[in-house]
Design a protein around this ligand. Structure first.
Ligand code: GLP
Length: 266
């Protein structure tokens, strides 16, 4: 795991955008795994900016989103599909047919989930997966106790997640109780993973996920098993890490060796 600690969230977002830009330069047909939540907003802004200003091309890209609430239509303002349209898709040139977001109104969730898994395989697999982290350590909607080998499926949200996400709805009662989510096993098959976490409220869970034991009780800890994970944190989110000095030291050594690789973080 490579842990990058930046002074500001903008720097962390730009760092993640740089990784994606480099991937698209070397592989224009890259498959991107995308996340929702407030955390990746800066990254999406940065990608839109690079598309507008530098012509960063998404025309051959395929995307798969991590998750979607059950029961919300794609046009519902709190659906993840809507979120993605508003914050990324409508601002870049990714073809509509290449966009995949789990469908929260599927007649058979079981069939839909099997189809989604197959579609990821048919596309050649995810090249870069973007992740945020929930307050209870979930990635996508893999709540505590999710099998670390789990696949795309229906998941019941925890009370904490419902409380955390209530800020986007007019009341807690309106927050859906179920979601379709890629599994931890699905996520771990991505070739490269970028985990973003910002703010002091994420400090404890980030320390557990990165430096604690690998456990289904904190599904983000499964990322420790993946060979290519970059964790981009701002300073408040990194505040509880025991080895923060070492991560900074590693970064500093790399900066000396390959300045262009790491010039965006500090
Ligand atoms: C939801 C999403 C996760 C996201 C998490 C954190 O639960 N399913 O993918 O990582 O929220 O959200 P935020 O980035 O707003 O803290």
């Amino acid at each position: 795991m490579e842990v990058i600690i930046t002074k500001t969230t903008d720097e962390a977002s730009a760092f993640a955008a740089e990784i994606i830009e480099r991937k698209l330069m070397s592989k224009p047909t890259a498959v991107l795994g995308l996340a929702t939540g407030s955390t990746p907003l800066g990254l999406y802004k940065e990608l839109v900016k690079r598309h507008r200003e530098k012509g960063l091309d998404f025309s051959k890209v395929t995307t798969f989103n991590l998750d979607e609430y059950i029961g919300l239509s794609p046009s519902h303002p709190q659906s993840y599909r809507y979120f993605m349209e508003e914050n990324l898709f409508k601002h870049i040139n990714v073809p509509a047919g290449a966009i995949h977001v789990p469908y929260g109104h599927a007649d058979s969730v079981l069939d839909f989930c099997a189809w989604y898994e197959d579609e990821i395989k048919r596309s050649g697999g995810i090249d870069i997966q973007i992740l945020g982290i929930g307050g209870d350590g979930h990635i996508a909607f893999n709540e505590p106790g999710s099998s670390l080998g789990s696949r795309t499926r229906l998941k019941t949200l925890t009370e904490q997640t419902i409380r955390d996400n209530a800020r986007f709805f007019s009341s807690m009662d309106e927050v859906p109780r179920f979601a379709i989510t890629m599994g931890v096993g699905t996520i771990l098959e991505a070739r490269q993973i970028i985990l973003l976490a910002f703010g002091a409220s994420k400090a404890d869970i980030i320390a557990e996920a990165i430096e604690g034991p690998v456990t289904s009780q904190v599904t983000a800890s499964a990322l420790q098993l993946h060979p290519d994970v970059t964790v981009c944190l701002d300073q408040p989110a990194a505040a509880k890490l025991k080895r923060a000095d070492y991560y900074r030291w590693v970064f500093e050594q790399k900066r000396r060796l390959v300045p262009s690789l790491v010039s965006r973080a500090s």
